[in-house]
Design a protein around this ligand. Structure first.
Ligand code: SAM
Length: 228
């Protein structure tokens, strides 16, 4: 069989696995936002994981992406994006872009996605990978995003994809009126909770607890200190 035919067959296989994952584990677990479901059916997760882990791309689980980091579990990505309540006019920031999977999904829904990744190796891979998938509405910054991206604020939504020790004030201040911050925060007992904070006024914020999660740590100025 010629390579191109073989590749096409593999692509069809992944597409059917992707549909199954979305039906069973995303819609099946209560995600109702149609734009999120559509985008998750379209973004090829196998392109965001290392070659030797492609066969596991449609397990509803995090996977290693090198540099001691992970691509997030699809259900959690869907839950976070749904909680961010994106529209076609949203400007959204992701802190901790990792493989770029969550960025690629948001780029299909929102007007513009700003992505910050602290790890230089992962950050350098983001541009080519996302461009290869046709994402043209993404800006990438390699560095510490724990205090957001003030030059590009305000944002209609901010998603933090690593666990923070607290909700940093600069992130709250970079929310547009009505904006949503979706962030995992670790409690004193070590449990991590996924929180959504909505900005209702200049200094008026509403906090909701969306459940227990498990993320790698957010490292930086407004986050945990790097381990030596
Ligand atoms: N959402 C990502 C995806 O779809 O692949 C997964 C993100 S991974 C769970 C968390 C990422 O946060 C890691 O790549 C890590 O390097 C990054 N990170 C940790 N602290 C950071 C910081 N202060 N600023 C930006 N990125 C950070």
């Amino acid at each position: 069989m010629k390579r191109s035919k073989r590749e096409a067959k593999i692509e069809r296989f992944f597409a059917s696995e992707r549909k199954r994952l979305v039906r069973r584990k995303i819609k099946g677990r209560g995600i109702r936002d149609k734009a999120v479901l559509r985008a998750m059916k379209a973004v090829p997760r196998e392109r965001f994981v290392p070659e030797n882990l492609r066969e596991f791309a449609y397990d509803d689980a995090p996977l290693p992406i090198g540099e001691g980091q992970t691509i997030s579990q699809p259900y959690i990505v869907a839950l976070m994006i749904q909680a961010a309540a994106l529209t076609a006019r949203s400007r959204v920031l992701e802190v901790g872009a990792g493989s770029g999977y969550c960025v690629a999904i948001m780029a299909r829904i929102a007007e513009k996605v700003f992505a910050v990744e602290r790890n230089e190796t992962l950050a350098a891979e983001l541009g080519p990978r996302l461009a290869g998938l046709g994402c043209q509405n993404v800006e990438i910054f390699a560095g510490d995003g724990s205090a957001g991206w003030p030059e590009e604020a305000p944002f209609d939504a901010i998603i933090v994809s690593a666990v923070a020790p607290h909700i940093a004030d600069p992130l709250l201040q970079q929310l547009a009126p009505g904006g949503r911050l979706v962030i995992p925060v670790s409690r004193d007992d070590g449990e991590q909770r996924l929180l959504r904070v909505t900005r209702h006024g200049e200094e008026r914020f509403e906090e909701e607890d969306l459940g227990g999660v498990k993320f790698v740590p957010l490292i930086g100025e407004e986050a945990f200190a790097p381990s030596t």
